[in-house]
Design a protein around this ligand. Structure first.
Ligand code: SF4
Ligand code: SF4
Length: 91
């Protein structure tokens, strides 16, 4: 579907210096976009290295054949998935 992230899971972007499993994060986020909000929220909570750990170094983006703006997506995913998984701190 058009609104989903066009990640093929090829793994070219890996390794990430902080060990974010980028294709797995995108797979979970696509699940969320597809309406499986609870399931995706649970899966996101189980990630050892969530999107919030992204350093915005841009290394991954240079290697992605799909030209996905990965670091910007990590920021967006961090915000949306923390809300979906109930992890966001109340302010
Ligand atoms: S921009 Fe973020 S996700 Fe990409 S390699 Fe750097 S730390 Fe990892
Ligand atoms: S290189 Fe791009 S398409 Fe391949 S797994 Fe990483 S984000 Fe997905």
């Amino acid at each position: 579907m058009d609104y989903m992230i066009k990640c093929t899971g090829c793994g070219n972007c890996l390794p990430c210096p902080v060990e974010i499993r980028i294709p797995e994060v995108f797979r979970i986020y696509n699940q969320y976009l597809d309406g499986c909000i609870g399931k995706a929220g649970n899966a996101y909570t189980c990630l050892e290295h969530p999107a919030s750990e992204c350093l915005r170094c841009g290394r991954c983006e240079k290697l992605c054949p799909e030209h996905i703006g990965i670091s910007a997506m990590m920021l967006e995913i961090q915000e949306e998935m923390e809300e979906a998984s109930g992890e966001r701190e109340e302010t």
